[in-house]
Design a binder for this molecule. Sequence first.
Ligand code: G3H
Ligand code: 13P
Ligand code: ZN
Length: 378
Amino acid sequence: MSYIPMKPLLRYATANKIAHGAFNVNALCQADALIEAHEQLRSGVIIQVAEPGTGYLGGNAEFLKSTLDQKKLGAKRIADHVRKLAEQTKIPVVLHLDHGRTFESVKAVIDAGFSSVMIDGSAHPYEDNVELTREVVKYAHKYGVSVEGELGVLGGTEDDVFAEDSCYTNPMTVVDFFKKTGCDSLALSYGTKHGAVKGDHVKLRNEIVIASMENMRHEHIEGALVSHGSSLVPQYIVAEINALGGAVGGKGVPVEQLQSVIPCGISKINIDTDIRLATTRNFRELFVSNTQYQKDEVWQRMQANKSDFDYRNYLAPYIDQIVTGNYKDEKVKKYVQLMQNAVKEIALTATVYFGTVGDAFAFAHDSMEQCAKQYKTK
Ligand code: G3H
Ligand code: 13P
Ligand code: ZN
């Protein structure tokens, strides 16, 4: 059993200039696939669920409108499932909340058993972000749960990265934020963007990462730096989707740029869009090559909105089976396989690209209880 917080995993990654892919899931079967893929490459695994994802797992197909109770139910479902899986594997397993927005929603997943959380206060004024993050850290660290914060607004494109009104993260503020909040890791705005359309001229500002790390070292701050919005949007997958009747577009972060920022100090790289794209390609492939499946509502939904590649929408008719793992229909069993293959394709390539192959047993798997003690004695 190596169910661990994020901190020990990222501490090792930062020290060794490698980065972990962190993969967004919205269904139980995807967690199994992520663990299998990482077992194969003997790497630690970060399974993450964004707040709307907890609502989906709680049974609400309109996940953007989920209630706190639905999020609690979803968080419990995925946490119970992942903890059970973690008992059966030797690789370290982290379950992380992605983009938690409020203290209540973060508390809900900690109470459900997550080992790591993000509190994204980046939309708030600086002092409010500090206050909210500090409040979350206080609660989370009691249980040894790691905390990721966010500074700066993602998706910016400016020439003068250090301009006063830049929406990029100010490396001078990074130290202040770590000191005031006590968080373990920080998501930076340095040129990445969420979603499939990141633009034709993505330019990561490595200097922001370098300056942040240097400032942290000067002040003896042990923390990890995180890259959101980092999907590669593989063009072979985009082309395959469109050849199979889809209508998606977009370009991602060039892999060489991500690889070049890792030695500067990025140790966690978030990937969601690529999983959605690979899943959508797999579904289209099935429906196009096996026309008997086309009677299913999933295909009608995909055809009604050919540019949508969020599998949560077209799988809505089967949400109950997908989020409970109780697969009554044969076709749902088939869909589960497609979802799992997609997650594996993306996770395996990212793990090789970002250098974490073989790191699973290279560091101590400090448990939540051990981390809680370490925070107490600090
Ligand atoms: O950064 C956000 C993730 O891509 C999660 O997406 O909010 O649609 O679940 P979501
Ligand atoms: P992408 O949309 O680039 O996959 O980013 C995912 C992410 O940052 C999740 O927090
Ligand atoms: Zn993100």
